[in-house]
Design a protein around this ligand. Sequence first.
Ligand code: NI
Length: 175
Amino acid sequence: MSILKIARIGHPVLLKKTHELKDIGSEKIKKIVYDMSETMIDSNGIGLAAPQVHLSQRLFIFRNPDIEENEEIQITALINPIVQNLSDDTNEAWEGCLSIPGMLGLVRRYSKIKYSGYDLKGNMISNTAEGLHARVVQHEFDHLNGILYTSRLTHKDAFGYADEIEHYWKKNEEK
Ligand code: NI
């Protein structure tokens, strides 16, 4: 396995619409997913999409954020995914992205979603998700369509360096 270079905002690969994968279940895709997993863990991320490692393909991985702290990390790979909202309910939260290191932005997402796609073996998988799990899947799915969270900010000023956001925004939210 190896750690891959992560594309940062400004790189055109992050703005391109991606291609469907045809060789699902192949050794090549397994290797990509293993390398992406190692890269995500190394960077302490909770999700990573193929365009972020310079591959314009419809594939992303994410950690299940619902598991307890002492449980083993579970990583799901989703190939050629489909994501749908299950209701019109939305919520706002601060998001980061490994392609926009050190920054956070306030983004509105659907609260409850359904997703499906293929796993590494080529089996169809589907699941529902709420809360952070739903947010991560929507964020990664956006990457496959060349969309970064910076184009989904709830308002244009709700973006900045994580420590400034913690200091000037999150403190006020807690009041
Ligand atoms: Ni991202």
